[in-house]
Design a protein around this ligand. Structure first.
Ligand SMILES: Cc1cc2nc3c(=O)[nH]c(=O)nc-3n(C[C@H](O)[C@H](O)[C@H](O)COP(=O)(O)O)c2cc1C
Length: 249
């Protein structure tokens, strides 16, 4: 299996970087090919803007979707976007490794979605969700948080991880990926607020690494998160009345 690891962390020696090293080592020793896509090291520009497009379809008004489609169809797409798309086409499994920043992915990764998932190429009106471009490929988010796990429990002060990850999970499904349950390493304080004493914290870091290391070899066999698809929706894109999720208590 070809595995692409997209790292969104400004410090390669961070805990996040360490999880990348573990994934690389585990997956390589299980016989997989691994490529690391370190967005900060490559100085990826996450801001979608007119200057990325050499030969504008419309010089007077910059509409990102119009330019994305035109540059996908007749070229040239920006070189960094071409490189990222080639990596995605190569991969069978994509691992997104990032810390939770303000209840979401770091801006560099949000912008990666804005620029790399090109309209007219990687999705269109008829090629989305279970008819999406990346059908048959898997994706997983490996996320670290500063707050401890208890704070993410129902009614906890850190909020709901299912909601925080919904935008990225549903975006991956939108372009066809089978999305695996995330690996969440909670309570990785990263120089921030301390929640426990040093020895306990170091044990905790070790356990989090072990949990990821032991999950990695089986990722290719894991079932994906079930999403609804085209057959489940009416013409408005709403679940059909007979769909089991439309139950009434
Ligand atoms: C800008 C910024 C925003 C953050 N927002 C959150 C947050 O919303 N929730 C949380 O639990 N931790 C938050 N943190 C803490 C990081 O998630 C934590 O430091 C990181 O996961 C530790 O991993 P690292 O050592 O690899 O950086 C934030 C950190 C930064 C720098």
């Amino acid at each position: 299996m070809n595995v692409l690891i997209v790292l969104a962390h400004p410090e390669r020696a961070s805990f996040n970087g360490g999880l990348v090293n573990i994934a690389e080592e585990r997956l390589r020793s299980a016989g997989h090919d691994v490529e690391i896509d370190d967005l900060y090291q490559e100085n990826f520009d996450p801001v979608e803007r007119a200057s990325h497009y050499a030969e504008r379809a419309d010089e007077r008004y910059f509409a990102p979707l119009t330019e994305q489609r035109a540059h996908y169809e007749r070229g040239p797409l920006p070189a960094d976007v071409q490189r990222e798309i080639a990596r995605l086409e190569w991969a069978d499994l994509v691992i997104f490794q990032f810390p939770l920043w303000w209840h979401a992915q770091p801006a560099i990764l949000k912008g990666w979605f804005d620029r790399v998932l090109v309209y007219g190429g990687l999705y269109s009106g008829s090629r989305r969700y279970d008819r999406g471009h990346f059908r048959g490929k898997q994706a997983i988010c490996s996320v670290t948080t500063g707050s401890p796990e208890q704070a993410f429990m129902p009614f906890g002060r850190a909020g709901n991880m299912v909601e925080w990850l919904w935008p990225i999970h549903s975006s991956l499904y939108y372009v066809g990926f089978e999305v695996l349950a995330p690996q969440v390493s909670y309570g990785i304080q990263g120089g921030g607020i301390r929640y426990q004493d040093e020895d306990l914290f170091l044990d905790h870091l070790e356990n989090a690494k072990q949990a990821w290391a032991s999950r990695l070899p089986g990722l290719g066999q894991e079932p994906s998160i079930p999403f609804s698809g085209w057959d489940d929706w009416d013409e408005q894109g709403v679940l059909k009345p007979a769909h089991p999720m439309r139950w009434r208590p």
